[in-house]
Write a protein that binds this ligand. Sequence first.
Ligand SMILES: C[C@H](O)[C@H](O)[C@@H](O)C(=O)CO
Ligand SMILES: [Mn+2]
Length: 421
Amino acid sequence: MAVTTRSVAASYASAQERYAEIGVDTEAAMAKLATIPISLHCWQGDDVGGFENTGEGLSGGIAVTGNYPGRARTPEELRADLDQAFSLIPGRHRLNLHAFYGEFGGKKVDRNEIRPEHFQNWIDWARDKGIGMDFNPTCFAHPKAADGFTLSSEDPGIRKFWIEHCMASREIAAEMGKALGSPAVTNVWIPDGYKDTPVDRVSPRQRLADALDEVFAKAYDPKHLLDAVECKLFGIGSESYVVGSHEFYLGYAIKNQKLLCLDAGHFHPTEGIADKLGTVLMYVPEILLHVSRGVRWDSDHVVTLDDALQSIASELVRNQLLERTHIGLDFFDASINRIAAWTIGTRNTLKALLIGLLEPPMLREAELAGDLTSRLAWMEELKSMPWSAVWDRYCETQNVPIGMDWMQDVRSYENAVLVNR
Ligand SMILES: C[C@H](O)[C@H](O)[C@@H](O)C(=O)CO
Ligand SMILES: [Mn+2]
């Protein structure tokens, strides 16, 4: 039976009362949630393929597995799929685009030659939807990244090429931000690293720092462009050494007051990022999150409503960090319906934020009073509070499907559109 036929109103009224008893205003929590944009990553829709049509495979130590039908093959298909996903997710969100999703009209435009006009259709589409965009230089899946080194390459020609690509990406992003009236967060991630133990760990990092200085030399209005740098522990083929490590980028971001991008899948398997958020924000102006889920060697599984995600969301809410945090997603799964992947991951991220927003002031009060017993007891009790009734009500007010009803839309779209690709 569809959830919409059940009484969302009655469950919500009861939940509202339960939360009011512990000092939580559910209407205020929903109003706040509606102001938080999540940046949906375009690359879940086509298995990180891009539209250059050069036949170049994915590289850079990231991998997509699965062969679910319906991968987007053109910008039009990808935009239609994103439209479908956005219609199933409550709130107003953003699109995060990689540089190799430009529209090149069948011409060979190399990465250092990309210009704002190659992204005009994306900008027009986002403007029509009233959403902002974020951007990324694409420093992988290219012959000049074939030996695993880009901005930190020993070869000055290779380094120059990727510096030019990153500079062009910033120019494009600044145009996007200007056109859409919201800064485009532009995230530099490079795959550079070694499979096995290096002798010289320092020189590549020095070259990367110098290259980044060149990339960021031109100043743009922060109303249009915000620069972020993304660290990583290891990738496939860079298991022993990654040039852009956490310590490297933390230092670079602090020194240059850039945004630090923390990807939840880029640390040791049991290392969460929640504890890093408030700490890093003591020293950098803002952060970018790549909400993801690491599973063994993979850093990019679809986000589930697990403890790691909840810790991130609660940390942001508890410490008033939302205003200085840009939340993006980063996962790619080709073994399931790709629109469902976006929908599941984004709805889970929003659910975690809602649960955080429904936390009562008594937790902090108990901690301040030294009553750590009550703090723990309440933290556990809150897990079984009726937050899902508030979530259903939120979906209803935002005119998106309630409960699992979104799956019917995904199936209809799959049968009408995806199976024909
Ligand atoms: C495609 C993205 O840029 C990429 O996933 C990056 O953000 C990353 O996390 C690499 O591991
Ligand atoms: Mn990432």
